[in-house]
Design a protein around this ligand. Structure first.
Ligand code: GDP
Ligand code: IMO
Ligand code: MG
Length: 430
């Protein structure tokens, strides 16, 4: 069996959690491949909203196995809190949640380094979620990191201490006050809890599952525009959020990848700093924020809002090899008289239709095309054929422009509010 990948095409928060949950009934294994608790993946069913940060979004399905892959960075305190929150739902974590020994650990001192570094950046701050993501991946590539498998070693304490001493030496260079000790107790307790969980060599496990015919879905975090290589650097996260990240983050070979599901909002949002060509800093942007309830699932920060950006989406489709698109939050656009789509940029006096190296606002101005909106409330729809004509036109327009079919249109946060184009989804359930 092959593996399918599902990931975000914009700046994160596209609705990955919801769609992974919807698709899980067609899969045996759901595997997160990168990022960490900077992610906030929201699922809603039976009138309860769940936000997952580290745990894969297939966890509510009794038959699915959920893997936290080697590419993920884990804060054990946050992971234990997530598990604690889900205890009342009788999830069998001992057998359903499998954690890679090769995944790196976020130490309390990584979080302090994140905060110190952001504070020192002043105006250039990234707007990090301050979960310690950057410093942890830095220690990974710098070959200093601690991995989940290390907690099974007899000298784990010494290894921990050695890394903390390095961090203290770095922190001494910042004008930054901290209290590490109060964070260390809960962290060590959560490490004990982690020892009782199912730790695996996930690269062997995932490949073995595929060999035995299981269907695997790789779940991405963040989005293509936050990718460390292809995003709006330096205002990005510290991992490869694109399809290639699924190979690194799970140990699967590129030729095993079948479908790549690319998720985007019917408009666009970004949380944190950095360029955002189609951002609307006016009442239309505020209307999108209100209608879409655009406040971060991890930090609660208001998300910046704007129109869909085709050159950026085409770029994301290209670097990810997207085979199917999924358009989220179409319901939010109801009652907008016109829907704008950025088709080109004016860049250094020229009209271009691709994403250039430098997308700082002083170099680039979006050029829009306008499409008619619709007034129908979409939140009660359950079938593709019920879509109002102007929404269908919007879908067709985007498919023509992006040259990739749209397989799902989402019309609300709940599982049931998902319009599927059956012929395209046949590949999933086949
Ligand atoms: P993720 O990080 O990609 O999983 O996305 P988030 O969970 O951070 O943000 C998506 C938000 O939109 C969540 O609050 C979801 O409950 C909500 N959501 C998902 N799909 C839809 C949709 O089609 N319509 C509306 N109105 N909300 C949606
Ligand atoms: P999900 O998986 C939206 C953003 C932060 C910041 C930048 C770097 O829910 O889509 P980091 O904490 O990684 O140092 O932050 O990336 N960011 C996200 N924005 N959704 C996310 O995840 C994000 N994870 C990180 O706001 O601008
Ligand atoms: Mg999110």
């Amino acid at each position: 069996m092959q593996i399918d990948v599902l990931l975000g095409l914009q700046w994160g928060d596209e609705g990955k959690g919801k769609i992974v949950d919807v698709l899980t009934r067609n899969y045996d294994v759901i595997a997160r491949f990168q990022g960490g608790p900077n992610a906030g993946h929201t699922l809603e069913f039976e009138n309860i909203k769940h936000v997952l940060h580290t745990i894969p979004s297939g966890i509510f399905h009794k038959d699915a196995l959920n893997v936290i892959g080697n590419g993920v960075v884990i804060d054990p305190v946050i992971l234990q809190k997530e598990i604690e929150n889900l205890k009342k739902y009788e999830v069998d974590f001992k057998t359903k949640l499998l954690i890679s020994r090769r995944a790196h650990l976020i130490l309390p001192s990584h979080r302090l380094l994140d905060a110190a570094s952001e504070q020192a950046k002043g105006k250039m701050k990234i707007g990090s979620t301050l979960k310690g993501i950057g410093p942890t991946y830095m220690d990974k590539t710098g070959r200093n990191g601690l991995r989940v498998g290390d907690i099974e070693l007899s000298d784990f304490q010494e290894r921990y201490q050695a890394l903390v001493e390095k961090h203290k030496a770095i922190l001494a260079n910042y004008d930054f006050e901290y209290d590490l000790e109060s964070l260390e107790g809960p962290w060590m307790e959560s490490i004990d809890a982690l020892r009782d969980m199912k730790l695996i060599d996930s690269e062997h496990f995932v490949n073995q599952q595929m060999r035995s015919g299981a269907k695997v879905l790789a779940e991405g975090a963040q989005g293509a525009m936050l990718d460390i290589d292809f995003g709006t650097y330096p205002f990005v996260t510290s991992s490869n959020t694109i399809t290639a990240g699924a190979c690194n983050g799970l140990g699967i070979a590129p030729n095993r990848i079948d479908q790549v599901y690319g998720i985007f909002k019917a408009y666009c949002t970004r949380v944190g700093s950095g360029p955002f060509p189609t951002e609307l800093e006016d009442e239309v942007g505020q209307r999108l924020r209100d209608a879409g309830n655009e406040y971060g699932a991890t930090t609660g920060r208001p998300r910046r809002c704007g129109w869909v950006d085709l050159p950026a989406l085409k770029y994301a489709i290209m670097v990810n090899g997207v085979t199917q698109l999924m358009m989220m939050k179409a319901d939010v656009l109801s009652n907008f008289e016109e829907i704008k789509v950025c088709t080109h940029y004016k860049y250094k006096g020229e009209l271009i239709d691709y994403l250039p190296y430098n997308i700082e606002p002083q170099n680039l101005e979006p050029v829009y095309e306008s499409l008619p909106g619709w007034t129908e409330d979409l939140t009660g729809l359950s079938q593709w054929k019920e879509m109002p004509e102007n929404l269908l036109n919007y879908v067709k327009y985007l498919e023509d422009q992006l040259e990739v079919p749209i397989g799902i249109v989402s019309v609300g946060p709940k599982r049931s509010q998902t319009l599927m184009r059956e012929e395209l989804l046949a590949s999933i359930s086949g």
